[in-house]
Write a protein of this length. Structure first.
Length: 660
């Protein structure tokens, strides 16, 4: 605790020094455009900072910035993954518009859609230190004056008095902090007085020792973010830049507790955002200091806001709107999730009006808990998997992530901030449900959402997906209809779905197959149409695998399952996703157990590729875990994961799994 108190004392002293800084210099007074510094950190939700209500410790630098700046209480990343969120940030558009929404992949995009180029053309010096991760092939040098570990607003390349836009990224709060699990990393929180046993867990998380331990380690990083912020504030003061520099302090998406990062809930999308604007620029744009702002703000709005404050015209293609120096109030904040790591294509779209939250799932038969073979390496995730697979978990809130999620979710965030009570089927909320369903449906059309193209087909498009859609006049509207219809399919839709299976476009055939899986998963389909059986041999692996899943769910036919396995052993991600999905279906799992011996042999043969998360080794082990042929704690053979579990076990905060 002494170390913790010392840190706080130093922070208070340095903060006083910063905020008592003398007035701006003559050169600063003459500057006609403000500087900007974006301090972006990773995998963090608002709950870690005391100005957002954290009671475990205080974050005095962040709190002080909030008191003198603007604290946003309804700020959102557009995606719960970093690359898709950053793609939105750098374009001022939803990443789905340019097909940049899948985490993590590089795609061909138009070259003139990135805000740093616009700022540079208007006299700004732009630097990025150092993470890019924008899902594009566009070169860093063409976007930034400097990009890399040494990039800074203090570069010798920046001319005297030249306004700057500088991005810095901190990784201390990244999920790797928990997943890597070194003894040193685990021990620090004891010095800070964070007691895992006293932490308040969200209701959606099982109260397991590993969950509490991971939460404690994650929280420690918020203190490091506080110190990181202090470093920049002092540097700006010492260089006499503070009075001309607008500071954005925010996370790239939600925190890395299980059911946070990677998930379309508030825990994955809602972010801390604090913006400090010096007095000179507050007066110019009539922006109050020390304000708490509850308006909806999203990443698509950041670039337009910077351009407006810089006096630069906002390009017509940008979908976001400025949120500083304006009285604009947004009706809805939209979000998306396109995939769970690289293996599971599982598109979702979200909307919130600040009180109600709507989630539209286009693969409703898939559970959210399909494995992300990076994220699932956290001890908390391993423990949760083990708890559910053991049969000891009876709490429906803790089991729901492992069950088919359904097509629509509606939550009242005021009464249910943990998003556990789905109101979509309640009579009294049907008007709200239909209103928000319509809003999402209109949004994907207005934004020309390309996120419903499945992963593999995107790379094959000549010139990139964005240009291909326009040059070929691809029927986007018809694909939206297909995805919406497939995810809510009833037996009345079989003629329509069969017509989709005959389409010239693999994308349309895919959604036809998805519709049949939906019918099979809800036990509506009794007889398999001939066209669906034929589609198991479709030249597109994703279509073939999805059709095979639909046929197998209905018939339990060994040939359909064999077809799915044959596609999988080529290391096809769609087939893997279908197989893992089926391991969570009670009447399908026994049939998959017949392949345990084959999967074990394949796993042995692929032993040398075990470090490759994109390879087949971990996917095979993941299936073996779900088929009760491998302990959950042997899924990840890496030493550091085993060490992390051992450390958690020795803490012994709870003698046994809790009763639900």
């Amino acid at each position: 605790m002494n170390i913790f108190l010392t840190r706080i004392s130093i922070t208070i002293l340095t903060l006083f020094s910063f905020w008592a800084a003398p007035g701006c210099t003559a050169q600063a007074q003459k500057q006609e455009k403000p500087n900007f510094i974006w301090l972006t950190f990773e995998d963090a939700s608002p709950y870690g900072f005391s100005c957002y209500g954290n009671k475990a410790f205080t974050t005095p630098t962040v709190d002080s910035l909030a008191q003198r700046g603007i604290l946003f209480t309804n700020a959102y990343a557009t995606a719960p993954h970093c690359s898709a969120s950053r793609s939105t940030l750098i374009t001022g558009c939803f990443a789905t518009t340019f097909g940049m929404d899948i985490h993590r992949e590089k795609y061909q995009t138009p070259s003139d859609i990135f805000y740093p180029s616009i700022l540079r053309a208007n006299g700004y010096f732009c630097s990025n230190n150092k993470k890019t991760d924008y899902n594009t092939f566009t070169s860093d040098k063409s976007l930034w004056n400097e990009c890399g570990a040494s990039a800074s607003y203090n570069s010798v390349e920046r001319k005297e008095g030249q306004p700057f836009f500088a991005v810095f990224n901190a990784t201390a709060s990244h999920m790797s902090r928990i997943r890597t699990i070194t003894t040193e990393g685990r021990g620090h929180y004891l010095e800070l007085g964070i007691e895992p046993g006293q932490l308040k867990l969200p209701k959606y998380l099982p109260d397991l020792p590993e969950v509490r331990s991971d939460f404690a380690v994650h929280l420690e990083s918020y203190l490091e973010m506080d110190a990181w912020l202090r470093t920049f504030l002092l540097d700006l003061k010492n260089r006499k830049l503070a009075e001309n520099t607008i500071v954005f302090f925010f996370s790239d998406h939600g925190g890395c507790l299980p059911r946070g990062k990677g998930f379309p809930y508030e825990s994955g999308l809602k972010i801390p955002l604090i913006i400090y604007i010096p007095e000179k620029w507050r007066d110019k744009f009539d922006i109050p200091a020390g304000a708490v702002n509850s308006n909806l703000v999203g990443f698509e709005d950041f670039a337009p806001t910077v351009l407006r404050l810089s006096g630069i015209d906002i390009p017509p293609f940008m979908q976001g709107k400025p949120f500083l120096g304006t009285r604009r109030v947004k009706k809805y904040q939209f979000g998306f999730r396109s995939n769970q790591e690289n293996y599971h294509f599982d598109p979702c779209r979200t909307a919130t009006d600040g009180r109600f939250k709507y989630i539209r799932n286009y693969h409703p038969y898939k559970p959210f808990a399909l494995r992300n073979l990076y994220q699932s390496g956290m001890p908390a995730n391993i423990a949760w998997d083990e708890y559910v697979l053991s049969g000891k978990c009876t709490n429906p809130d803790w089991k729901s992530q492992y069950e088919a999620k359904g097509t629509e979710m509606l939550f009242d965030l005021r009464t249910d901030p943990d998003e556990l009570i789905n109101l979509a089927a309640t009579r009294e909320h049907q008007v709200k449900l239909k209103t928000m369903r319509k809003a999402v449906s209109e949004h994907i059309r207005e934004s020309k959402d390309l996120g419903l193209f499945y992963r593999d087909m995107r790379k094959e498009k000549t010139g990139g997906l964005f240009d291909w859609v326009r040059s070929t006049n691809f029927p986007l509207s018809a694909m939206y209809d297909a995805a919406e219809k497939a995810s809510m399919a009833t037996l009345r839709d079989t003629t329509y779905l069969s017509k989709l299976l005959s389409s010239q476009y693999a994308e349309m055939r895919y959604w036809g197959a998805v519709g049949y899986v939906m019918l099979a998963s809800t036990k509506q389909l009794v007889h398999v149409p001939l066209i669906l059986t034929k589609t198991m041999n479709d030249p597109a692996a994703a279509v073939s695998a999805t059709a095979a899943e639909a046929v197998f769910r209905v018939t339990k036919d060994s040939k359909a399952l064999r077809r799915l396995v044959d596609i999988f052993i080529t290391n096809d991600n769609f087939a893997y996703s279908s197989l893992e999905n089926l391991t969570w279906v009670a009447d399908c799992k026994p049939h998959l157990k017949e392949y345990v011996a084959e999967f074990k042999k394949l796993s042995t043969d692929a032993e040398e590729t075990k470090a490759d998360r994109m390879g087949i080794y971990l996917k095979l082990r993941s299936l073996l875990v779900n088929l009760d042929a491998l302990p959950v704690r042997e899924l990840f053979p890496q030493r550091e994961i085993e060490e992390g579990i051992k450390i958690n076990e020795t803490r012994n905060w709870q003698a046994q799994y809790p009763k639900s």
